[in-house]
Design a binder for this molecule. Structure first.
Ligand code: NAP
Ligand code: ZN
Ligand code: ZN
Length: 350
């Protein structure tokens, strides 16, 4: 049995998002049925609708920054109760038995992870639909608990922007006094500022223009640099222990590498549609490291949420209704985000 659910999705590449009806399965024995309260808009949703990565299956219903309330539980689901505030991010299933799944790195499941949207279910036939809907049914293993005290709308972006930045910041290290830079002040970028500042680092924002300068200081950054101003980057050579690059469009990585101290790390989380040339000399000089980071597994997502609960870290959001999704996409493509659009789940209509 399935349940008809109102959603917003795109029927073809670059098509505007429009209302559609999708089917949700009835909760199986280990499933949790969730009323979606809020869903953030990640730039990956925009890339997917544009088919920037050439992998999108249409129609697509994006959305992977979900916070909601548990409506009902399958007979054997025991981790949550009705009414609990929960989150769902990018991952809704995996094989559960491979070494990566057992280590809690489900995004690297050797049998292929099932993402919350535009992904084949384990049956190899049905496509997943994401959070731009009124409700969702997810196996409880892939559902996390939102700590009390976090505003649910502002917690929704933690489910992707939060974990995608927390994970590499933890892995590569960030402590009091470290010099950390973030390239691009959007959804992911503003979380780097918040996490970095909460860990005591001195965070520098590298942004395309001066438009976001005041915001950067309010978010916790110590310094703001407009990268397109002449000489702006040259002045920062050899400065940073860690650079987190969140930019969604192709740009010069070689110049950015020169901003690292010896043994410093630049980690890429932005996933532009085209590749960028890399000059080996930029890495070899100064023993610099270039790394990538792919979201984060379920246990680390819970760890990140608990950290946010303890330190009061949440996203800065602009709350919108479903009808405003296309405007939000257009603004994101211009870099005009302050700093995450979050859709009110009630606006999908039950
Ligand atoms: P976003 O909110 O749209 O922010 C991206 C920022 O990049 C913009 O605000 C802008 O900041 C900067 N930018 C520079 N040149 C740009 C251009 N030509 N067009 C648009 N923005 C430009 O995006 P997001 O949601 O943070 O996502 C950023 C990237 O990370 C995307 O490519 C997304 O697919 C990827 N992502 C990766 C993972 C992962 O697992 N690695 C997870 C989630 C998202 P300034 O105005 O400050 O320059
Ligand atoms: Zn995302
Ligand atoms: Zn696996």
């Amino acid at each position: 049995m399935t349940k008809k659910t109102p959603a917003y999705g795109a029927r073809a590449a670059k098509a505007p998002l429009a209302p559609m009806t999708i089917e949700r399965r009835d909760p199986g024995s280990h499933d949790v049925e969730i009323e979606i309260l809020y869903c953030g808009i990640c730039h990956s949703d925009v890339h997917k609708v544009n088919d920037d990565w050439g992998t999108t299956h249409f129609p697509v219903v994006p959305g992977h920054e979900i916070v909601g309330r548990v409506l009902s539980l399958g007979a054997s689901a025991s981790r949550f109760r009705e009414g609990d505030l929960v989150g769902v991010g990018c991952i809704v299933d995996s094989c559960r038995t491979c070494p990566e799944c057992r280590a809690g790195r489900e995004m690297f499941c050797v049998e292929g992870v099932t993402f919350s949207f535009d992904s084949l279910e384990r049956d190899g036939q049905n496509w997943t639909y994401g959070g731009y809907t009124a409700n969702m049914v997810v196996d409880e293993r892939y559902v996390v608990r939102v700590p009390k005290g976090l505003d649910p709308a502002r917690a929704a972006p933690l489910m992707c922007a939060g974990i995608t930045t927390y994970s590499p910041i933890r892995r590569f290290g960030c402590k009091r006094g470290d010099q950390v830079a973030v390239v691009g002040l959007g959804g992911l970028g503003h979380m780097v500022v918040k996490f970095g500042a909460s860990m005591g680092a001195d965070v520098t924002v590298l942004s395309g223009s001066r438009d976001k300068e005041k915001d950067a200081a309010r978010l916790g950054a110590k310094r703001f640099v407009a990268t397109k101003e002449p000489g702006a980057l040259e002045a920062l050579e050899g400065t940073f222990d860690l650079i987190v690059d969140t930019v969604s469009a192709p740009h010069d990585l070689n110049m950015q590498l020169t901003l690292l101290r010896n043994f410093g790390t630049m980690v890429l989380v932005g996933l532009p549609p085209a590749s960028t040339p890399l000059d080996a000399a930029m890495l070899i000089h100064g023993n610099r490291r270039l790394a990538g980071s792919n979201i984060g597994g379920i246990p680390e997502t819970q760890e990140m949420l608990d950290y946010c609960g303890k330190h009061g870290v949440v996203a800065d959001v602009e709350l919108i209704t479903a009808k405003q999704i296309n405007d939000a996409y257009a603004r994101m493509e211009r870099g005009d985000v302050h700093y995450r659009f979050v859709i009110d789940g009630a606006s999908f209509g039950a």
